[in-house]
Design a protein around this ligand. Structure first.
Ligand code: SF4
Length: 221
């Protein structure tokens, strides 16, 4: 099977298993952006607690967040871990939003995706995965998000070397798939689910995994 056909077949298999993933769980693009920073190096359940803290105090708007000083913001997001560093990162993200669109995220819809990506990467603490998650889930751009789970699963299937870099891994998908925001969103969510449920770092449960049929196959370009 070609790698391109396999990547499509894997998506279709996971779509049948998981259906609509509902990811990213957020009410607004701003909430997605905050979540993309808060989820760095922590479990999503911790992010949810931080988001709830902000929501219950009606602070999850651009204007309200601007009123918080660094210490106040850090305290509110404490459950997400690394809260002082993340507060700094959120402040930097908010400063960029203020500068680029005065906090009106809809205004970014006219901007070029590559330029937006570069601007996001210029924000302290925003790396490729966070930038691409923001582009895909908050700004509706057809940008495929890859992560450690993607690397783990697709290297175990012989489609990518373990040490493949972010952009090469991303190209594996973007070269094979149509530019489809919905598909890119779901595929990323499915990969996370497979890694958490079956493809764990130690002792992957291949016997029960829906991707078992794609193991030990030879894929050509
Ligand atoms: S658990 Fe096994 S079959 Fe499933 S994705 Fe991981 S390596 Fe593949």
């Amino acid at each position: 099977m070609s790698r391109k056909a396999a990547l499509t077949a894997i998506y279709q298999t996971l779509q049948q298993v998981f259906g609509d993933s509902g990811w990213w769980p957020a009410d607004t693009p701003l909430e997605v952006m905050l979540g993309a920073v808060l989820t760095q190096n922590t479990a999503w359940t911790n992010v949810e607690k931080a988001i709830v803290n902000l929501k219950t105090k009606n602070l999850l708007t651009f204007a309200a967040l601007q009123t918080l000083d660094l210490a106040e913001l850090a305290e509110l997001i404490r459950p997400a871990g690394f809260f002082r560093v993340k507060a700094l990162r959120l402040k930097a993200l908010l400063a960029w939003l203020n500068e680029s669109c005065a906090g009106n995220i809809e205004l970014l819809s006219n901007c070029d995706t590559d330029e937006l990506r570069q601007e996001l990467l210029n924000i302290k603490g925003v790396g490729p995965e966070t930038a691409d998650a923001i582009l895909l889930y908050a700004l509706h751009r057809p940008v495929f998000v890859v992560d450690e789970y993607t690397r783990r699963i697709f290297s175990r299937h012989g489609m990518a070397p373990q040490e493949i870099d972010y952009h090469e891994l991303q190209s594996l998908f973007t070269d094979a798939l149509p530019e489809d925001v919905k598909m890119f969103r779901e595929y990323h969510a499915y990969i996370v689910s497979v890694a958490k449920k079956w493809c764990k770092r130690h002792k992957p449960d291949c016997l029960n995994c829906p991707l078992r049929p794609f193991l030990d196959q030879d894929f050509y370009e």
